[in-house]
Ligand binder design. Structure first.
Ligand code: NAP
Length: 407
């Protein structure tokens, strides 16, 4: 029996699956039962139109994890059609191809996250797409159902189509949360099938190293240049160059350093009024000193912008941006590198001690930090005649132990 006459009703589980988790599997099984379909076909995305690939795990890894996760269920199958398609992958092309494979009269149910419903009219050839298959919009607990139901009603009426809606409590699990847990070394057991956990660990997937192509780097440079004045952009390029040199000499990851350095001042030219508004919108916590010196919040705002506009959520990068102006206790080497590169890039005016800090940063980041902090403190109190943020005294007291020349 071929696929054409065996499968009458097919559910398509489209998603990035980065990684696939129990919530996806429970959803697929729930839809199979609810709509009485003959098979659920998991279709890992290739290059969807709405995503940057910088932060996405390769197609093959996502595909193999999906195969491992679904192997035990005879009703689940995995398809390579999207990952093998050249260029950007659109759902309309997938649906047409599946109609060819399974026969024109097969009933298709496309399962996807509820957010997609709000955007679906913007998808390629959406009117035709809505005629070719039913959609099953799944929500996780806490999702605003009223807005969704309104939208579903509107689309169903306008296009005489069928968008169904299904609440799946197990979708409290999310791929982004799993990635975050892995980066924070928290357990993911029982959130993903054991085989998927083993695969992630074996390939060290989400303690990921960022590999940037030249095109991606050029794209990031253009974005940053569009947000900054020429002077600030020149400074930023100087920080990238200096930070990469320090990173290489101190054995720190290239991709992380590049991104943190390039985006460190992305929020620097945002007005004080807008900065306060952004802090409120994104619930960025400020201390009393930062509230009265709002320009100092640009690191924290910059980290949020990087995450919002580029989907980069790696804490090591975000923290290097967040703390590049004031520093913090227990700084990582990457945080120190960005702090020091910001103070010593070639374009920054010369000041007493700059060359020594540059020299030390090549092989002893802690000693360089001590010199840099003392220099900052002197500048703030003697030249600007301002009171320094209290953290600076704490950091000077801590890093003094590394200033062996003074013992
Ligand atoms: P996404 O933006 O990664 O996901 C958005 C939200 O929906 C996430 O919270 C995600 O949770 C959830 N979600 C996505 N797919 C799900 C599923 N099948 N079951 C349960 N939850 C799901 O969305 P995506 O995964 O990249 O895209 C979903 C599908 O829409 C893909 O097949 C994609 O190709 C298609 N799409 C097509 C177009 C187009 O043709 N123009 C545009 C956009 C998307 P998790 O992160 O936990 O999965």
């Amino acid at each position: 029996m071929n696929k054409k006459n065996r499968i009458r009703k097919l559910a398509i589980m489209g998603g990035t699956f980065d990684p696939i988790h129990m919530g996806h599997l429970v959803t697929a099984e729930e839809v199979r039962h609810e709509f009485n379909v003959d098979e659920v076909l998991f279709v890992p995305t290739g290059h969807p139109p709405h995503k940057s690939h910088i932060n996405m795990t390769t197609c093959e890894h996502r595909y193999l994890m999906t195969v491992l996760a679904t192997a035990a269920n005879p009703y689940f199958k995995v398809s390579r059609i999207e990952i093998e398609r050249e260029g950007v992958t659109y759902t309309i092309d997938t649906i047409k191809e599946l109609k060819r494979i399974y026969g024109e009269d097969v009933s298709l149910y496309f399962i996807t996250g509820a957010d997609a419903v709000h955007k679906i009219l913007g998808w390629k050839e959406s009117a035709e797409l809505l005629q070719l298959c039913d959609f099953v919009a799944v929500t996780r607990p806490g999702y605003n159902k009223e807005d969704l139901m309104r939208k579903v009603k509107e689309i169903n009426e306008k296009y005489e189509t069928n968008i169904h809606f299904l609440e799946v409590p197990a979708l409290a699990i999310s791929s982004s949360d799993i990635r975050k847990r892995l980066m924070e070394m928290k357990p993911i057991k029982y959130l993903v099938p054991q085989e998927v956990e083993n695969y992630i660990k074996k390939h060290a997937l989400y303690d990921y190293k960022i590999h940037l192509t030249e095109d991606e780097k050029a794209c990031m440079y253009d974005y940053v240049a569009s947000k900054l004045s020429p002077k600030r952009y020149a400074h930023t390029r100087g920080v990238v160059e200096m930070a990469l040199e320090y990173a290489k000499l101190n054995g720190i990851d290239y991709g992380e350093t590049f991104i943190a350095a390039l985006f460190h001042d992305i929020a620097k030219e945002i007005t004080p009024k807008e900065s306060l508004a952004l802090c409120e919108k994104y619930e960025i916590e400020l201390d009393d000193y930062e509230r009265t010196h709002i320009h100092l919040a640009h690191g924290k705002i910059g980290a949020v912008i990087l995450q919002r506009d580029w989907g980069i959520s790696k804490p090591s990068i975000l923290n290097a941006i967040k703390y590049h102006t004031l520093g913090r206790l227990n700084m990582t080497d990457l945080e120190k590198v960005i702090y020091l590169a910001d103070m010593t890039e070639e374009g920054r005016s010369s000041y007493k001690g700059k060359e020594e800090i540059k020299h030390l940063a090549q092989y002893n980041l802690d000693r360089a930090m001590y010199k840099a902090l003392v220099s900052s403190y002197n500048y703030i109190t003697n030249i600007l005649k301002q009171e320094a943020h209290p953290i600076i005294n704490e950091l000077i007291a801590y890093y003094k132990q590394f200033d062996i020349s003074e013992h």
